[in-house]
Design a protein around this ligand. Sequence first.
Ligand SMILES: Nc1ncnc2c1ncn2[C@@H]1O[C@H](COP(=O)(O)OP(=O)(O)OP(=O)(O)O)[C@@H](O)[C@H]1O
Ligand SMILES: [Mg+2]
Length: 249
Amino acid sequence: MKNSIETNDKGSQKILEINNLHKRYNEGKTNEVHALRGIELTVHKGDMMAIMGPSGCGKTTLLNMIGHLDRRSAGDITIDGVDTLTLSDGQMTAFRRDNIGFIFQLFNLFPFLTAVENVETPLLLTGMNAGLAREQAKMLLRELGMGDRLYHLPTELSGGQQQRVAVARALINQPAIILGDEPTGDLDSTTSGNIMDLFRRINKINHQTFVLVTHNRWIAEKCDYIVHMTDGKISGIEENPLIRRQTKR
Ligand SMILES: Nc1ncnc2c1ncn2[C@@H]1O[C@H](COP(=O)(O)OP(=O)(O)OP(=O)(O)O)[C@@H](O)[C@H]1O
Ligand SMILES: [Mg+2]
């Protein structure tokens, strides 16, 4: 079984390199789970990658490791040339904020902030002028069909609407890497399609990189690559012949 994966864009810049990544939960205890078992993965700038695999195979764990939301047990992760083990906790927090956008399985919206306030928060954290941040947040929410829900709290929104707020919040400050755990999971196929089209547009314009976990083959087929995971390992990679540019960069 193939377990070393590199996408084919040899000429383009590596945005993410993962070497021999392991994650054990409850390490050393009787209930230890060896969730990631030697992941090798290279992603180039501007790739759109889908990760598929059965429930429990380690997809969310892998995203959490890439996003540095949890500690790895072993292995190296290099993001945009930076070996992240060299960063202090404080440096990592700033690095994550500036480079990585997250769309979680559970939306993790701030419950006491309205839709537009949730979306503008990352911009305000970078020190952007409040009026400008508000305008940009409104524009993106309108693009996601949320123009008439700008001032609603998360509890006043449907699941799919909350998901669109979470998508907008992840995209608003144009991070180099966007990590999505079932980013279109609860949405109907039209809205899912719109969000994938938005991702692709952003990907083309800004060369932002997407790593998206999905159970949905139709969503995965909108990406450049489909990475298959089984039992904490990468078991194969498909290049999407329909989407991928014919000539390699
Ligand atoms: N905090 C944790 N403590 C202990 N074990 C965990 C923890 N989180 C995940 N696991 C275990 O690690 C393995 C991988 O879990 P993970 O959530 O990454 O799977 P997944 O591929 O995202 O599954 P799904 O498609 O159901 O979301 C599973 O066996 C899971 O039970
Ligand atoms: Mg998961």
